[in-house]
Design a protein around this ligand. Structure first.
Ligand SMILES: N[C@@H]1[C@@H](O)[C@H](O)[C@@H](COP(=O)(O)O)O[C@@H]1O
Length: 239
């Protein structure tokens, strides 16, 4: 894995945007996109840029079950607000968390990804090492599926909701197998709360208990971390 340590998340967002911009200029057409507070600085750079996205397809990692697209906590809403309102894409896919038949939505999503292989996949990371909503213990070969969120994740994500009870208990998530199928992966992490997960992902054993550790097997991963998230890493990763 290539590790880039930046001073702070503003610089990290600028670095991540550089990678996406270069990739798109070199022909990337399908982007795997992510939500959460981490990619916000990337999207800030993106909307300020003159990059035209009208020929691009986006495929988001996940969506909460039960939240409608107009719910401000939904990932549909997040993407609209942070990117798509200002940079419309040719086609944008996000799992439908309000569908009656969730297994059918998952099957369809796997098919969408098969037909639109992801050129660059953006990721954040959870404090317990989860990527998208692939929680510890999720088999590495899983495709799109409904996930029961762990107490850990519900607690961590409750900061976006009025209270913890409002956090949905499950989500639809592109599985680890789909993430590993992307040609290139860019993972961002900022802040000391991510330091342990970053260390385990890069230096620890590859184990389903740390979902992000599978990325050690991916041939093209760039990790962008600020100094706080990099603090537990071996010095050889610090540039
Ligand atoms: N499903 C999302 C992940 O895609 C994200 O990486 C993680 C960390 O979020 P944040 O970037 O806000 O720390 O939160 C959620 O669980």
């Amino acid at each position: 894995m290539k590790v880039i340590v930046t001073e702070n998340k503003i610089q990290g967002g600028a670095k991540a945007f550089e990678i996406f911009e270069k990739g798109i200029k070199n022909g990337a057409k399908v982007l795997g996109l992510a939500t959460g507070s981490t990619p916000e600085t990337l999207y800030q750079n993106w909307v300020k840029s003159d990059l035209n996205c009208e020929n691009l397809t986006s495929i988001n990692l996940d969506e909460y079950v039960g939240l409608t697209p107009d719910n401000p906590q939904s990932y549909h809403y997040f993407m609209q607000k942070h990117l798509f309102d200002k940079k419309p894409f040719k086609k944008s896919y996000i799992p439908n968390g309000t569908a009656k038949d969730i297994p059918a939505v998952c099957k369809e999503y796997d098919q969408i990804i098969k037909e639109n292989p992801i050129d660059i996949q953006l990721l954040g990371i959870g404090r317990n090492g989860h990527i998208a909503f692939n929680e510890p213990g999720t088999p590495f070969d899983t495709g799109t599926h409904e996930v029961k969120l762990t107490e850990n994740t519900i607690k961590a994500n409750s900061r976006f909701f009025d209270n913890e009870d409002e956090v949905p208990k499950s989500a639809i998530c592109m599985g680890t197998a789909n993430i590993m199928g992307a040609k290139k992966v860019v993972l961002m992490a900022f802040g000391e709360k991510k330091a342990k997960a970053i260390k385990e992902m890069i230096e620890g054993p590859i184990t389903e208990e740390v979902p992000a550790s599978i990325l050690q097997k991916h041939p093209d991963v760039t990790v962008i971390v600020d100094e706080a998230a990099a603090q537990e890493l071996d010095d050889k990763y610090k540039n």
